[in-house]
Design a protein around this ligand. Structure first.
Ligand code: AMP
Length: 588
């Protein structure tokens, strides 16, 4: 394996890790038992995420405990106790009910990390509608595609995002009945065809009784991307909360006095599962920072808020590394007990840098939108092998497998051999389908395994090591982007005949989106046209999805059936061997 150093876990604990004895807890673990950590709805009326996250604390000893501290980008601070959060999420659920939004209806939220986003998510769970987050850096086209695929009934957004990104596409979403706007600084807003959320919330009652919720009722729709086709809506059920809660306890080692900060945006799955649900079900305090990455601001937050458990991402860690360990050491970070990271490969140097800068390593963990929660992790009490994602959680069976040509699955038992990472279905937060796409869902399973699309290895001690993706999806700054979505927009430009998009390796963002285009007759490559295409893509796709680089090619390499060979574009870009090109158009 690539790294031979082992960072020994501390042996003397001030706070004994919940998963202090991995082997024994894993052997005795059952999901039924994990469910017992939760309360369930009163009178045996089922299991609802919001009841576990909010109501049960608001009705108990933790009512006054700080649930969320919101740090506005301009210095404002807002505190939400469990009690206050309960009242506000009740109001939001009442707003939905008054508007005729019911069980299973999709409530989308397009917003930065503002309190209303968190309130809307939890209020939507209370109303038993489906919460569907949209990343605020998406442009109009990714927003339109997701609202349309998910047949949105409600969209909650800010006046400014509505005007910049939604107004022009609204007519293309016939299912969209209600747009609830949050005015600038919560000032009244009156745009035709929309409603003022702040006013609706004020009129609504602060009491709400969650209706019976089947643990298998749909709760969340999270969009993710594949190599081909449109974005896919991964569906998650209320029962997922059992895994959110348990992984918070075991992988992130939540203890009751923790102050936890997850830096992810709820537009992506980490920001929902761990930025909203898991800390609240565990009754702890969660920090929400509206601001964008800024190393010194982050260290200040860690210091001032006395953060004890911090969950961040490799791109951010690599950006912090650029500022140096000296800068970190200027801050008093003695409260920090656990550093964790997810979303993309965490290079061994970054793990070790944690030790140098913070006095403790970053603990990498692995999961994906479809798994709903952490599956493989380096635990607080575990010796770390830098570069490894760690070992499977209790209740999770992971393996390295090989798909045979006949479509059967062979489990690879030899340590160190590369294959596809597979998980045995059955954990509570496993996705229950892709919205309206049963075939795409079925394709993820074979031989009794869920196939993750990631290539990995397992060593002789059961540690998993990430190798790469088995498909063409791109991970840029921790965000998963489907090349097809980018290509589809580029070919809408009048000069573009065809487009192929790849992830180009980048030392900080891991990959940046690079597009190759061939032009229609009558158009010539030029810097001016390149700039125009970059601007065109950015205006439609938004900063998070648009390509950062565009190169012109006379034609793109294609298979005989006409599919653009992104693999070949990538190999050529990197100067790597081109591999099997027998299916290349024009090959003899
Ligand atoms: P998403 O569904 O957007 O959360 O992306 C999930 C994908 O991100 C996984 O399938 C992996 O390819 C990648 N990923 C997540 N965590 C890690 C990790 N710790 N190491 C390497 N890749 C990761």
């Amino acid at each position: 394996m690539p790294w031979t150093t082992i960072i020994k876990s501390r042996r003397e604990w001030e706070t004994v890790p919940n998963l202090h004895d991995y082997e024994s807890i894993r052997v005795h673990f059952t999901w039924e038992q994990a469910r017992q950590d939760l309360e369930g709805l009163p009178r045996n009326q089922g299991l609802n995420i919001a009841h576990e996250a909010v109501d049960r604390h608001a009705n108990g000893a933790r009512a006054a405990h700080l649930a969320i501290r919101w740090l506005g980008k301009n210095g404002t601070v807002e505190d939400y106790s469990y009690n206050r959060l309960n009242e506000l999420t009740n109001r939001f659920a009442n707003v939905l009910q008054r508007l005729g939004v019911g069980r299973g209806d999709r409530v989308f939220v397009l917003a930065g990390r503002i309190p209303e986003l968190y309130i809307a998510a939890l209020g939507t769970f209370k109303n038993r509608s489906m919460f569907c987050p949209l990343f605020s850096a998406f442009g109009p086209e990714p927003i339109r595609a997701r609202l349309s695929i998910g047949q949105a009934k409600v969209l909650v957004t800010t006046t400014s995002l509505y005007q910049r990104k939604v107004a022009a596409i609204r007519a293309a979403i016939p299912s969209l009945e209600q747009i609830l706007l949050i005015g600038e600084d919560r000032q009244p807003t009156a745009i035709a065809g929309t409603q003022d959320l702040t006013a609706l919330m004020q009129q609504a009652s602060p009491s709400f009784a969650i209706g019976p919720t089947d643990p298998e009722d749909m709760a969340l729709l999270h969009f993710t991307s594949g190599t081909t086709g449109t974005p896919k809506g991964a569906m998650h059920v209320h029962q997922a909360v059992v895994a959110h809660h348990m992984t918070g306890k075991y992988a992130l080692d939540f203890h009751k006095d923790d102050v936890f900060w997850c830096t992810a945006d709820p537009g992506w799955v980490t920001g929902t599962s761990y930025g909203i649900i898991a800390p609240l079900t565990n009754g702890i305090t969660s920090i929400v920072d509206e601001g964008d990455f800024d190393a010194e601001r982050w260290y200040r937050i860690l210091q001032e808020e006395r953060v004890t458990v911090w969950y961040t991402a490799p791109t951010a860690i690599r950006m912090m590394m650029k500022g140096g360990a000296e800068l970190v050491r200027k801050y008093d970070l003695r409260h920090l007990r656990l550093l964790a990271s997810v979303g993309e490969p965490l290079n061994p140097e970054a793990v070790v840098w944690g030790q140098e800068a913070f006095g403790q390593p970053f603990h990498d963990n692995w999961w994906q939108t479809e798994t709903g929660g952490i599956m493989i992790a380096n635990y607080a009490a575990m010796d770390i092998r830098p570069g490894s994602m760690g070992r499977p959680l209790p209740g999770i069976e992971a393996a390295i497998v090989h798909r045979t040509e006949a479509g059967t699955i062979d489990v690879i038992t030899k340590p160190g051999e590369q294959g596809e990472l597979a998980l045995r279905p059955g954990w509570p937060s496993m996705f229950r389908g892709y919205w309206n796409e049963p075939e795409r869902y079925q394709k993820c399973f074979a031989g009794g395994w869920y196939l993750t699309g990631d290539l990995a290895k397992k060593d002789e001690d059961g540690y998993f090591w990430f190798v790469g993706r088995a498909d063409d999806v791109i991970k840029t700054s921790g965000h998963l982007i489907g090349p097809f979505e980018v290509e589809s927009v580029l070919i809408e430009h009048k000069a573009v005949a065809e487009a192929g998009v790849i992830g180009k390796p980048d030392p900080v963002a891991m990959e940046v989106i690079k597009a190759f285009v061939s032009l229609k007759d009558g158009y010539e490559p030029s810097d001016e046209l390149r700039r125009e295409l970059l601007g065109f893509a950015r205006a439609r796709l938004g900063a998070a999805v648009a390509p950062k680089e565009i190169a012109f090619l006379p034609t793109l390499p294609k298979t005989r059936s006409g599919k653009i060979m992104r693999r070949l574009l990538k190999a050529r870009e990197l100067g790597l061997p081109e591999g099997d090109t027998s299916t290349l158009e024009g090959a003899s």
